[in-house]
Design a protein around this ligand. Structure first.
Ligand code: SAH
Length: 276
């Protein structure tokens, strides 16, 4: 079993790369460096996906096609949109949706054309393990990694783990108007980011189990850009590292048998009728 780990930003990948044994083997494909090695006995490939849905989808596809990964984990930061979410909380995706996908009037808003769905579900087993790992990190080593000054700077009181819907799109949401529109369109969304649902679609199409974890870096409002780089370096990178360490220490069993129910062909009569 090989696990692909995608990070959206450099700061998030840096600590993880240092854990790879024996030092990591680098392969360069399409402007990205894929580093292979083992973490706690698990074969892994770690890559910086860069920002946005196309970047994330391309990277996920390369992980599957070139490196044969059979599990995929995305780690990154996100804007918290549900009331009660605080900076420093963790959101684990149950399902993901592309909030900027809109092919009306041919398909309902958010539906992925010819796939007959708008929401892609994360793998329940891997997601459950990631949630347990996130809780273990928040109950465990978090304050050994993040000192009191940084804790005060970002007002990290008692970070919590949430599980639910993540919305992705090729926009940084950083205004009260933007976050309001998103809440109206997708009232269940917990967080917004720019990659997760694209990875989810690729994994859905390939039948690869995946999970997405996001540290809340902002609340997608007018303050969203404030202290963003500092948060990445001083908080989010430790979360990504600490949570994945807990995940790998607990162990990830091999993936089950490959999917035997292929997706319906894209020219299935029902889909064709709706697309025209
Ligand atoms: N300042 C960064 C760019 C950040 S873009 C740089 O210079 O590299 C935002 C990244 O964080 C994306 O990867 C996205 O997935 C996530 N993100 C965090 N908050 C977000 C928000 N409010 N809206 C959209 N994406 C957000």
């Amino acid at each position: 079993m090989t696990i692909g780990i995608l990070a959206a930003l450099r700061e998030e990948a840096s600590h993880l790369l240092a854990d790879l044994e024996p030092g990591g083997r680098r392969t360069r494909i399409a402007l990205r460096d894929y580093t292979s090695g083992t973490i706690h006995g698990h074969d892994c490939v770690i890559v910086l996906a860069r920002i946005g849905k196309v970047a994330a989808a391309t990277t996920a596809t390369a992980l599957i096609e070139h490196f044969g990964v059979d599990r995929l984990i995305f780690t990154g930061v996100a804007g918290g949109v549900a009331p009660g979410l605080r900076i420093g909380d963790v959101v684990i995706a149950d399902t993901l949706v592309q909030h900027d996908l809109d092919a009306r009037p041919f398909f309902p808003r958010h539906e992925i054309p010819l796939l007959d769905t708008s929401h892609c579900a994360a793998d329940p087993d891997l997601t459950g393990r990631l949630e347990t790992a996130a809780q273990a990190f928040l109950d465990g080593t978090i304050w050994q990694r993040i000192g009191p000054d940084v804790r005060r700077q970002f007002d990290l009181v008692q970070p919590r783990v949430h599980r639910g819907l993540i919305a992705s799109g090729d926009q940084f949401i950083g205004s009260a108007t933007g976050v309001r529109a998103l809440r109206e369109a997708l009232p269940d969304a917990l967080a917004v980011e720019m990659e997760g649902a694209a990875v989810a679609q690729v994994c859905h199409e390939y039948g690869i189990p995946f999970a997405v974890m996001r540290t809340v870096s902002d609340t997608a409002d007018d303050q969203a850009h404030r202290d963003f780089p500092a948060f990445l370096g001083q908080v989010a990178s430790h979360y990504a590292h600490g949570i994945l360490q807990c995940l790998f220490e607990a162990g990830i069993p091999p993936a089950g048998p490959a999917r035997t129910d292929p997706q319906p062909p894209l020219n299935a009569p029902g889909l064709k009728a709706r697309a025209t």
